[in-house]
Design a protein around this ligand. Sequence first.
Ligand SMILES: NC(=O)c1ccc[n+]([C@@H]2O[C@H](COP(=O)([O-])OP(=O)(O)OC[C@H]3O[C@@H](n4cnc5c(N)ncnc54)[C@H](O)[C@@H]3O)[C@@H](O)[C@H]2O)c1
Ligand SMILES: [Zn+2]
Ligand SMILES: [Zn+2]
Length: 374
Amino acid sequence: MTLTTKGALLWEPGTKSGWSVEEIELDPPKRGEVLLKLAASGLCHSDAHLDTGDIPLPFAPVLGGHEGAGVVQEVGPEVHDLQPGDHVVTTFLPSCGTCRWCSSGMGSMCDVGAGVLGGKAPDGTNRIHSGGKPVGAMSFLGTFSPYVVAPITGVIKIDKDIPLDKAALIGCGVPTGWGSAVHAAGTEVGDTVVVVGTGGVGVNAVQGARLAGASTIVAVDPVAFKREMAEELGATHSASSLEEATELVRGLTVGVMADRVILTAGVGYGNLVGPCGFLTRKGGTLVITSAAPALQGQVDLNLLDFVMSGKRLQGSLYGSCNARVDVPKLIELYRRGDLELDRLVTRTYALEEINQGFADMDAGRNIRGVILFD
Ligand SMILES: NC(=O)c1ccc[n+]([C@@H]2O[C@H](COP(=O)([O-])OP(=O)(O)OC[C@H]3O[C@@H](n4cnc5c(N)ncnc54)[C@H](O)[C@@H]3O)[C@@H](O)[C@H]2O)c1
Ligand SMILES: [Zn+2]
Ligand SMILES: [Zn+2]
C-alpha cells in the first residue's frame, strides 16, 4: 500500500532555493528493498551541494538526505537477511557484494553505487511521488523523510543498543572522514597528519588519524569552535588557515612536512590543492575527499614539485570504506568509547527546520546538525 508521509524536496536543484517540506507518497518496497522508519538524518554538506549546484542532478524534484538510521518496518520480496524491527544505518553508497569492485575489496566503487545520483531506485523506477509526479531520491534513499524505501545494498544492520540518533552519522560523515585517514591516506603509527576542514567529515578524519596511531595531527579550519572540537578529539595542534598551517607544520617536522594531508573542506576548490600539496612531505599522500564544483576543471598544483618529490594525490569516496566491514567496526569503536559520536551532534532540528539546519552549517555553527523524527 502507498504510504503518505512528508519529505524535504528541492524542486529546482542548483538554484539555492532551499528545501521545501511537503507531502509525498512512498510505494511499498519492491524486490530486494525495505521500508524504514527513520529516527534521525544527518545534514551533510553533500546535500547542500545539490542545492548550490556544485553537484548537478539530471532530475527534479529530489528528496534529499543520505545519512540516516532507523528501524525496518516492512521487507519486500526476496529479502532474507532483514526483518521488521531490525535496526539499520543507511549507507550513501550501496555495495552489492558481487561486482568486480565489491569482490576485490573496493566497496565504495560498487557498480550499483554508480547510479546514486540518477534519482531512481537501482531497478530504474521511482518509489517516491508528489502530486502524481515522480520524485528522485538522493543516494537511492532520501533520508529527509521519516520513512524511506531503501535497497538492502544500502542498509546495514546494527545492534539495538546503539542510539539511532548517533548511529545516523555512520551513514556518511563518520566513515567518510575516518576512512579518509585510515584507508585512503593509509595513516601509520607516528605519522604527522593534517586535516583541512574539520566539520562533520573532517573531524572524523582527525579521529581516524588518532586511532591509526598518528603522533601529530593538525586541524585546519577558520572556525575556532571546529578547531577546539578537533583538538578534543585528537588533534594535537590547529591552525586557522592553510598559510598558518604551512608554517606550523614546517616547524613541527623540521621542514619535512606532513606524511598525510586530507582535504575535507566544505567545497573542494581547485585553489586549495596547491597549498595542500606543499603541506605534504616527499613521498607523502594528499587525499581529496571534499566534493568540488562539477564544472571546475582547474586545479592549482605545482606539478614539478609533485613529480620531483614523488607525492601521491588520492581521491576518496566514502573514505574508501567497505561499508559491510567498516560500519560494524565503527559501531564497536563507539561502544568501547574509542570513537566519539555523541558530541558530533551539535544541534538537532525538526524536519520543518531543515533550512535553518543548513544555514547553521554554512555559518559554521555545527559539527553536525541532525534532523530528529518522532
Ligand atoms: N568523498 C566523499 O565520499 C564525501 C562524503 C561526504 C561528504 N563529502 C564532502 O566532504 C566535504 C565536507 O563535508 P562536511 O559535511 O564535513 O562539511 P562541513 O560544512 O560540515 O565542514 C566543512 C568544514 O570546512 C571548513 N572550511 C571551509 N573552507 C575551508 C578552508 N579554506 N580551509 C580549511 N577549512 C575550511 C569549514 O569551516 C567547515 O568546518 C563536502 O565537500 C562534502 O560534500 C565527500
Ligand atoms: Zn554525506
Ligand atoms: Zn558492487
